[in-house]
Write a protein that binds this ligand. Structure first.
Ligand code: URA
Length: 442
């Protein structure tokens, strides 16, 4: 087989066979095919697309390019959850404990922040002492004893995706639905769960900016999951505005705790409960309505909060911070963002808030940067709120005094304040199963 012929075949809009896709992924993983030829192929895929079979095959080839985790020593149906990434998205740390409190094992590998979006592992590491890198034996033993463990991705999960993603990033081929779908699903499949819930974010702070594109991506990923033997569902949820009030690592942990204690923000609580209920459906705990009740019960009776404490303790973290937020390290500077006009807030741009939070120190601008766990933003107003000139719109936490002036400017631009009322939108737009797309359900 020659790579030249495969590029030509895809460029002309033809299907690649299973053997050809294996040849490409194996050759690229083993450094036998050069970046320039793979770049050309990626661009051909970007323009000509891939059918369902090709996408499923590409996914499996990438999944099996490295370690495939075997979770069979953990009893029960293991359900994984993946969010396509957002701002203020701390749902994994709320849903995991809810699902575990309903006796469904959670053995989850999560990622770090990427660009303007935060990552579960960075958030967890803001808890003093908490380890997110455990060996497999310890990881399984914690899941078997307390029902939940969340750790960082091990080194050799889907190495083909790692190489391809880095190349896509510099060849303008990231936003291709078959390429995103296979990239995400290859890692989920290698992580070994029996079922997968996808939270596909849509809006300014997400990869997919429109609902139609988000639904297309979700359908593609659900098909891949089902075609590779994993029960898979997707929800499409809002990422036009940040989820909850807190953006930044320890600030988000405090909001996770408040939500698990039943006094979290309404949008975050609603989205988390719905995601948890769908994970419980995948774990065969009942109908969607029954699972909604199960999820709500463990939130209300404190069992889910106790699970979070159990997990933090088992992974070496200091649980006293979860009960006394004053024990978290504090930012030296807390500045108020003051409204320069009166009116109703009609929009808060998620991407701008995410970028502002990175500038305050909560994220990385290049690989390996240290992050400031105490930095970030707490919104004081949300869409639909009335504000007067001089009101506080947000608190900015940082140790970087130099960045404050620019951050204040961009954050003021992120708030749209108008002289009109606005109906607050539902945060969940659609549910995608292998057979159907249910739009705007609540
Ligand atoms: N996240 C991934 O892991 N891959 C993509 O292609 C996009 C988002």
């Amino acid at each position: 087989m020659r790579m030249y012929d495969l590029i030509l075949k895809k460029r002309n809009g033809n299907e690649l066979t299973d053997d050809e896709l294996d040849f490409i992924i194996n050759g690229y993983t083993n450094d036998e095919i050069e970046d320039y030829q793979i770049s050309a192929l990626l661009m051909a895929i970007y323009f000509k697309g891939m059918n369902e079979r090709e996408t499923a095959k590409l996914t499996m080839a990438m999944a099996s390019s490295g370690d495939m985790i075997d979770l069979s020593s953990i009893g029960g149906i293991k359900v994984d959850k993946h969010s396509t990434g957002g701002v203020g998205d701390k749902t994994s740390l709320i849903i995991g404990p809810i699902v575990a409190a309903c006796n469904v094992p959670v053995a989850k590998m999560s990622g770090r922040g990427l660009g303007h979006t935060g990552g579960t592992i960075d958030k967890m590491e803001s808890i003093p002492g908490l380890k997110t890198s455990l060996d497999t034996e310890e990881f399984f033993s914690i899941v078997n004893s307390i029902g939940i463990s969340i750790i960082g991705q091990t080194g050799n999960i889907a190495p083909a995706d790692k190489k391809l993603y880095a190349l896509r990033d510099v060849t303008a081929t990231v936003d291709s639905i078959p390429l995103i779908a296979s990239s995400i699903m290859s890692k989920k499949i290698a992580a070994g769960s029996d079922a997968i819930l996808l939270d596909v974010k849509t809006g300014s702070g997400a990869f997919m900016k429109t609902l139609d594109d988000s639904i297309e991506l979700a359908k593609e990923m659900v098909n891949i999951g089902v075609n590779t033997g994993r029960d898979t569902l997707a929800l499409i949820t809002d990422m036009d505005t940040p989820l909850g009030f807190a953006i930044g690592n320890s600030l988000e942990i405090m909001e996770v705790v408040n939500t698990l204690k039943g006094c979290g923000p309404k949008d975050l609580t609603e989205v988390s409960l719905e995601l948890a209920a769908n994970m419980l459906v995948l774990a065969k705990k009942g109908t969607l309505d029954e699972c909604r009740i199960l999820a709500k019960n463990v939130l209300e009776n404190g069992h889910a909060f106790n699970k979070l404490c159990d997990m933090v303790e088992a992974q070496g973290g200091d649980i006293s911070v979860l009960n006394d937020f004053s024990l978290f390290e504090k930012s030296p500077i807390v500045a108020n963002l003051i409204s320069d006009r009166s009116g109703i807030i009609t929009y808060i741009d998620a991407e701008s808030c995410g970028l502002a939070s990175v500038s305050l120190g909560a994220g990385r601008t290049k690989k390996g940067d240290d992050i400031d766990y105490s930095a970030g933003i707490v919104l004081k107003k949300k869409i639909g709120d009335k504000v007067n000139k001089g009101d506080i719109l947000a608190e900015l936490y940082t140790s970087k005094e130099d960045s404050l002036k620019d951050v204040k400017k961009s954050m003021l631009e992120a708030f749209r304040i108008e002289d009109r009322d606005i109906k607050v939108k539902n945060h969940i737009y659609a549910r995608i199963t292998k057979d159907r797309v249910y739009r705007m359900y609540s």
